[in-house]
Design a protein around this ligand. Structure first.
Ligand code: S3P
Length: 429
């Protein structure tokens, strides 16, 4: 249990910060560096628990990975030299690790068993098991492949054309990574565009990937060549400070070198529509992933409607958007976001339950939330339920709440932002 009483002075949050490296990009850098031939260097790596789980899995398959803080060196020898793990691969809390790794394992000619923590055990795996079976992999799991632990006997894959049943970058990536080891050309068709870090990074490793409208194709039997990856700051982590800076009076925060991949910037579009004062400078398009500095100043916000094809571009930011909406004039409606039910927690239920304990007025719907603003929040005993993004959202809520807030299970924040409280404290000096 952690007791947070973060802001008593009446001053805003002020200063310049950097947020840790992008989680999605950090996972992929470790995975692709492990499949490549040669020495891959990763700068700006996120040393959070999720990405450390990815490193541990590849070390178990014989890859030499040296990691010190945000600097990583991977000595890859190509996929032929990956060895069968002699114990269960443990992904911890990381959905990205288990889903992308399953796609990779499906193409390798050995047997592996993967599992994770209690949250992973409840998350649907059939979304990757189904296409991997269609490609010829032998994949088993509890309830016919719905849940972990998963066992995978890979190898001898053939290509498929696969229409994604939900807009998910994890499913898309699992199929493309299996396709890398299949005979022929594998094509994934997306209902809506999802984050494209896999496609961008595969190209940086020398793999050819075709993207025509909603179709993404990869030809099998291509090999990866080691490279250097610069990971920008995670916009999903920056989001907590973009909202904190907007809703805490007298705040002015600059966040440096934030990833600005257009498949991830939905939070910025929504905050603009809510009336937030954001200034974007130092835009850089030179590297594989664009980045920029973002400055935020506090202001009054108004409620908006959020739904449709922007949802995949901000799916991880909905908890903090909901908090922003509690401080906005009018009603905010978030819809088309049923995927929130199968994240680290059921984020539709948990966001409403925990913020309502603090005095928010949030209703749940089948595919989203209705937030009635503006409400004053008061300190309460709340719980992250082991979900890092819920923990950080509640910590930001506690900075504007009257009185003391106790956040149970706040250590979950280490999954993606180990120094979150240090960064928040720096802005309060
Ligand atoms: C991720 C994709 C998203 C996102 C997750 C990271 C990725 O999940 O919520 O935090 O790195 O590919 P889905 O693919 O399930 O939408």
């Amino acid at each position: 249990m952690a007791i947070q009483k973060l802001r008593e002075s009446g001053n805003g949050l002020t200063g310049t910060i950097a947020v840790p490296g992008d989680k999605s990009i950090s996972h992929r850098a470790i995975m692709f560096g492990s499949l490549a031939t040669g020495k891959t260097v990763v700068k700006g790596f996120l040393p959070g628990e999720d990405c450390l789980s990815t490193i541990a899995c590849f070390r178990q398959m014989g890859v030499a990975i040296h990691q010190e803080g945000d600097y990583v060196e991977i000595q890859g020898n190509g996929t032929k030299f990956l060895k069968e793990p002699d114990a269960v691969l443990d992904v911890g809390n990381s959905g990205t690790t288990i889903r992308l790794l399953s796609g990779i394992l499906a193409g390798l000619e050995f047997y592996a068993c993967i599992q994770g923590d209690a949250s992973i055990a409840k998350r649907p795996m059939n979304r990757i098991v189904d296409p991997l079976r269609l490609m010829g992999a032998k994949v088993e799991g509890r309830q016919g492949g719905m849940y972990t632990p998963l066992t995978i006997q890979g190898g001898n894959l053939h290509s498929i054309n696969y229409e994604l049943p939900v807009a998910s970058a994890q499913i898309k990536s699992a199929v493309l990574l299996a396709g890398l080891h299949a005979e022929g050309t594998t094509t994934v068709i997306e209902p809506e565009q999802t984050r494209d870090h896999t496609e961008r990074m595969l190209k940086a490793f020398g793999v050819s990937v075709q993207h025509i409208e909603k179709n993404i194709s990869i030809e099998g039997k291509q090999s990866l060549t080691a490279t250097t990856i610069d990971v920008p700051g995670d916009i999903s982590s920056a989001a907590f400070f973009l909202v904190a800076g907007s809703i805490i009076p007298s705040s002015r925060i600059t966040i440096q070198h934030v990833g600005m991949n257009p498949t991830r910037t939905g939070i910025i579009d929504v905050l603009y529509r809510m009336g937030a004062q954001l200034t974007i400078t130092n835009e850089s398009e030179e590297t594989m992933e664009p980045s920029a500095d973002i400055q935020v100043k506090s202001t009054s916000l108004k409620g908006v409607e959020v739904g449709g094809d922007i949802i995949p571009k901000l799916i991880d930011e909905i908890p903090i958007i909901a908090l922003a909406a509690t401080q906005a004039e009018g009603t905010t409606v978030i819809k088309d976001a049923a995927e929130l039910k199968v994240k680290e927690t059921n984020r539709i239920d948990i966001v409403a339950k925990e913020l309502n304990k603090m005095g928010a007025r949030i209703e749940t719907t089948e595919d989203g939330l209705i937030v009635h603003g503006k409400t004053m929040l008061t300190g309460a005993k709340v719980n992250s339920h082991g979900d890092h993004r819920i923990g950080m959202m509640l910590a930001v809520a506690s900075t504007i709440a009257e009185g003391e807030t106790v956040i149970e299970n706040s250590e979950a924040i280490n999954v993606s932002f180990p120094d979150f409280f240090g960064t928040l404290n720096d802005l309060q000096k």
